[in-house]
Design a protein around this ligand. Structure first.
Ligand code: NIG
Ligand code: FE
Length: 412
């Protein structure tokens, strides 16, 4: 029977469909289906056909993918993409050895971006975030998580979330929103984190009613929120029907990993200082570890998250850029794949699972993004690379040949 498709990708050097029933945990991350000489048909924005024989297929448009790698669009499950200003002046402080948390303590860091974000209009934030999202798309990311957290007051947090919602409607990238009101203690609440957290909790009903966020996140760190404060905060957020995420054990090993896993968080992120018990609990509870090695690199640290031990012990590991103006100013998830190979010692197979299937599950999009299967959205990257090993290997450049979003070529 002849099948008619809108767009046919033929002659594909290597196709990684990334088909999987659920997230890939532990050693299953080593599995990778590779189809050589594949053809993939797209109709009405969805994958209509995957195979190796195109003889019965009619098409409106054809793309020859000879010697090219084809994969699902990448999923970036942890970013802070909506913000005002930038922080290039902090680079010199870093070079002088001023620690990240010390910059924050002096009222800089996150708090300086808070000032810039409060000053910015919604239109300015929209334009700026749109620019960064365009760049992410050009690097092959087709679904992204976006956190608030540069408002630290009701008005600005809502402004950030509204901007993300507008972008979700209008931008080609799919955006999943997280409320990170508990990102730092604002100057007005210095010494009174409990009161501040209460104020952030008081916003949750409104956020839910306006459908402004699916997840609630908190920065559990020395000088920011303690494990106890975070547990209480997240517990209440869960009662209100939000799924949980947490910035855990990023700089100091406080025990946020254990707390996240025991609360049944969908993901625990950073985990540079995660304890053995924390790793065990992640595996036991199916909490996804979102590792952000670009941040560890950019903060100039020598010790990275223990990805190998996590994988050995059965944890589901994902990777993200953590794109933000302070600790990780990059939209390039391909670069993170290289850092994951070099510093986390993850294999290429594990890395591909981490930035597709597992990343999609880390933001509740396991059924929509991160895989190419018949009936799924046609979010696809065609790479100028002969095989999947090539992307983590050749680092720091953009290997994208074309990005296809909802069946349409959106970059050239
Ligand atoms: O994930 N650690 C907290 N939040 C971000 C950094 C935000 C910033 O520096 O502006 C992170 O590293
Ligand atoms: Fe972050």
């Amino acid at each position: 029977m002849t099948v008619h498709v809108d767009l046919l990708l033929t002659n594909i050097g290597q196709l990684l469909p990334m088909r999987s029933e659920g997230p890939k945990a532990g050693k299953a991350m080593q599995e990778l289906e590779v189809i050589e000489g594949a053809v993939l048909g797209i109709k009405d924005g969805r994958v209509a056909f995957i195979g190796t024989d195109a003889s019965d297929i009619e098409f409106d448009k054809l793309i020859d993918c000879k010697e090219k790698l084809v994969t699902p669009g990448l999923v970036d499950p942890h970013t802070h993409v909506v913000f005002g200003g930038s922080r290039e002046h902090e680079l010199a402080l870093k070079q002088q050895g001023v620690p990240y948390l010390e910059i924050l303590k002096r009222g800089g860091g996150i708090l300086s971006t808070v000032e810039a974000t409060r000053k910015a209009t919604s239109e300015e934030l929209y334009e700026k975030a749109s620019f960064h999202l365009d760049r992410m798309l050009s690097f092959g990311t087709t679904t992204v998580e976006a956190k608030s957290g540069y408002g630290l007051d009701r008005e600005t947090e809502l402004k950030q979330l509204q901007v993300a919602k507008e972008l979700q409607k209008n931008h080609q990238i799919d955006i999943v929103s997280t409320f990170l009101g508990a990102h730092a203690i604002p100057k007005t609440h210095k010494g009174n984190p409990e009161l501040f957290l209460e104020e952030m909790l008081a916003m949750l009903d409104e956020i839910k009613n306006l459908e402004l966020a699916e997840f609630v996140d908190i920065f559990t760190e020395t000088g920011v929120f303690t494990v106890e404060q975070s547990r209480e905060y997240l517990r209440k957020a869960k009662e209100k029907g939000f799924d949980l995420k947490i910035h855990a054990d990023e700089i100091d090993p406080l025990g946020g990993t254990e707390m996240a896993a025991s609360l049944g968080a969908i993901s625990a992120d950073h985990l540079v200082g995660a304890s053995n018990e924390g790793i065990r609990l992640l595996a036991e509870n199916g909490t996804i570890a979102v590792l952000l090695p670009g941040t560890t690199f950019y903060l100039g640290k020598s010790s990275f998250a223990r990805a190998r031990e996590m994988i050995e012990q059965g944890v589901t590991v994902s990777l993200a850029t953590d794109f933000n103006p302070g600790s990780s100013p990059t939209e390039n998830l391909q670069l993170i794949m290289s850092i994951a190979a070099l510093q986390l010692k993850m294999s290429p197979e594990e890395i591909w699972n981490a930035v597709t299937v597992n990343a999609a599950h880390a933001i509740g999009r396991g059924n929509e993004a991160g895989q190419l299967a018949v009936g799924r959205k046609a979010d696809i990257v065609i790479w100028d690379a002969p095989n999947y090993l090539y992307i983590p290997y050749h680092y720091g450049v953009n290997h994208v040949n074309k990005v296809i979003k909802n069946g349409k070529v959106v970059t050239e």
